[in-house]
Design a protein around this ligand. Structure first.
Ligand code: NAD
Ligand code: DAU
Length: 348
């Protein structure tokens, strides 16, 4: 039986990856390591908690002794590393928290894997899940490819770029078998409502202002989270060692156009008057260092591994909105307590 460690599996993307691996691979023993920060929530994976091939471990990737001990006990065959501080706005307020988890946490895992596997790397794999933000910002045209130079602009993307470099360095220096993916913006269920789409869905439900940064003409390439989980599964099993794959939705939207579409769908679903939600749009102070545009050329993963997004944006957005409307208790739970302080500081 293979023992697989997934980090950050109580977060947004991690919960989808854990669910997929636990259900699809009963022959694997899946260990989900998560510190349960504000972004991690056991409710996100409640449907797998009693499965016999699943174990949850509460712990911090920054704690070196704990990570080494965990590897000594379990002798993992593979690691899918998703644990991270993930929100750009929070990184502007507290860069060090991002260095600790994203850089030092990644190095702790790399060391533990290297030390455990160094006598025989055969059949082992360290998979680092990263972001397209490491490439910096595009102008009005062009796409990020796997050979685009790193040029991160936010403390978040700088910390992810640094962790990517360490992963590559461990591959070159110690021969650690790794794969790395850089993905564009995800959306879907269990997305924490600090990020654009779930924040705006929650605010529309509660008739609160929709804070569009700057002029709203920033562009992101959106991918349905379940399609990202499918890509992660494929890369983990079929990707080539020491390779990077870009993952994207072939789906660029200017923020303001996306927000208008969201408003229209929400008005229809909530039975509100046409334009009711659009009236909530409020232009606010821009994010410092705001990257103008991200867009991924995902042709390598398409050509080499046969992956492409399976869900159109319109379908994915409908599914996502339905999920939030049907899971308002989840929304209320995650927006109580500390979320209120964050919201006040960020927006009021
Ligand atoms: P998230 O913030 O929703 O979840 C992060 C998870 O990591 C949470 O469960 C949290 O409790 C856990 N965590 C945080 N610090 C930890 C620590 N020190 N030790 C152990 N666990 C810790 O993030 P997400 O959006 O699901 O992103 C997951 C990964 O995918 C990240 O590495 C992120 O950089 C990357 N990524 C995200 C996107 C996106 O659009 N969300 C796109 C591309 C790549
Ligand atoms: O590109 C991948 C990245 O996508 C991931 O690596 C990050 O973890 C993830 O958070 C996401 O980063 P973004 O900064 O692009 O996502 P966010 O949802 O924060 O913002 C999307 C766009 O919307 C961005 O241009 C900023 C804008 N925005 C965001 C918020 C929260 C607003 O206009 N208003 C807001 O209140």
């Amino acid at each position: 039986m293979k023992k697989i460690l997934i980090t950050g599996g109580a977060g947004f993307i991690g919960s989808h990856v854990v669910r997929r691996f636990v259900n699809k691979y009963p022959e694997y023993q899946i260990y989900n390591l998560d510190a349960l920060t504000y972004a991690g929530n056991l409710e996100n994976i409640i449907d797998v908690e009693n499965k016999s091939n699943y174990t949850f471990v509460k712990g911090d990737v920054v704690n070196e002794d704990f990570i080494n001990e965990l590897f000594n006990i379990h002798n993992f065959d593979g690691v899918l590393h998703l644990a991270a501080e993930s929100h750009v706005d929070r990184s502007i307020e507290d860069p060090l928290a991002f260095v600790k988890t994203n850089v030092i946490g990644t190095i702790n895992l790399l060391n533990a894997a290297k030390n455990q596997w160094k006598d025989n790397f055969e059949g082992k794999r360290f998979y680092h899940i990263s972001t397209d933000e490491v490439y910096g910002s595009l102008g009005i045209d062009g796409l990020f490819t796997e050979t685009t130079s790193y040029d991160p602009n936010s403390p978040y993307s700088a910390s992810k770029a640094s962790s990517d470099h360490f992963v590559r360095a461990y591959g070159e220096t110690y021969g650690l078998p790794y794969v790395l993916t850089n993905c564009s913006n995800n959306y879907g269920s269990y997305h924490f409502p600090e990020k654009l789409i779930p924040l705006f869905i929650n605010n529309i439900i509660n008739n609160k202002p929709l804070p569009v940064y700057g002029d709203g003409n920033y562009t992101r390439d959106w991918l349905f989270v379940e399609d990202h989980a499918i890509a992660i599964d494929l890369v983990f099993h079929e990707g080539k060692n020491h390779e990077t794959y870009n993952i994207g939705g072939f789906n660029e939207w200017k923020n303001i156009d996306l927000v208008r579409l969201l408003c229209q769908i929400m008005d229809r679903k909530l039975g509100r008057k046409k334009d009711a939600s659009e009236k909530l749009i409020t232009y606010v102070k821009d994010r410092p260092g705001h990257d103008l545009r991200y867009a991924i050329d995902a042709s390598k993963i398409t050509k080499e591994l046969g992956w492409k997004p399976s869900v159109t944006f319109e379908e994915g957005l409908e599914k996502t909105i339905d999920w939030y409307l049907n899971n308002q208790e989840w929304l209320q739970n995650v927006t109580s307590g500390a979320y209120k302080d964050y919201y006040k500081k960020q927006y009021l």
